[in-house]
Design a protein around this ligand. Structure first.
Ligand code: PGA
Length: 235
């Protein structure tokens, strides 16, 4: 399966699961789903898809970055998802990374997710360290939205997005908790590349354990995994 086929399959699986009216879509903001969002934008442009009434909900945000910072997930969601799909800014739910009080921003984000009625379908990725959202290894499986410290592994994995490398990567983030993520009606877990083979196998076939936060998905009743050959190599 090449990258284009991966995106088409992910888009088909996503749309099949989304309710026709006012869908609430949970979005991951890493590299893996970028081609999926491009595919959704393409379908929207040619009139095959109308997600303009959707509410989009992010998984996480860096503490210290505001919506005008190019590396913020608010910026990612706006430019790659909301604007191409014609979704109004008021229907975009992202933690306020530049809030003076991040703990309060986390609580407000969790309340907003509840306020929109929760997420119908959550698009998720998996970190090379098994993280889900920014729930790093050691995160409670019952965790709710909160401020977390990013691991060195995550900061170095994400340094590629920052012009000044790892020094530019914030040390903290606001993330939906593992229990928060698991409230979504269904979850579409996307994985590509060899770096994801071990964490994906551990998450799906290993014990449900805080050492591999994504293993919490074994407790969810409706998870679909889309993986390329490299990421699926150890399954
Ligand atoms: P990636 O991130 O899609 O950029 O690999 C996944 C993640 O860290 O959850």
């Amino acid at each position: 399966m090449d990258e284009a086929q991966f995106a088409v399959l992910a888009a088909d699986e996503l749309i099949r699961r989304l309710p026709a009216v006012s869908p609430r879509l949970g979005v991951a903001t890493g590299s893996t789903p970028m081609r999926l969002y491009d595919e959704l934008a393409r379908r929207s442009r040619v009139g095959e898809l109308d997600l303009s009434s959707a509410v989009v909900v992010a998984l996480d945000e860096y503490v210290g970055l505001g919506p005008r910072d190019a590396q913020s997930y608010a910026s990612y969601v706006r430019t790659r998802i909301a604007e191409p799909l014609g979704i109004a800014p008021g229907n975009v739910v992202v933690p306020q990374g530049d809030a003076a009080d991040p703990e309060r921003a986390a609580a407000e984000f969790e309340a907003r997710i509840t306020g929109v009625g929760g997420v119908d379908v959550q698009i998720a990725g998996i970190g090379a360290n098994g993280h889900l959202g920014f729930n790093e290894p050691g995160s409670s499986l019952e965790s709710r939205t909160r401020v977390v410290l990013l691991s060195d592994r995550t900061r170095s994995d994400n340094a590629r997005f920052f012009s000044d490398g790892i020094d530019g990567v914030p040390r903290r983030a606001i993330t939906q908790g593992l229990a928060t993520i698991c409230r979504a009606g269904s979850i579409l877990l996307l994985a590509s590349g060899t770096a994801k083979a071990e964490p994906l196998a551990a998450a799906l076939h290993g014990p449900v354990d805080v050492a591999v936060p994504a293993s919490v998905l074994q407790r969810h009743a409706d998870v679909t995994v889309i993986a390329d050959h490299a990421a699926a190599a150890l399954l």
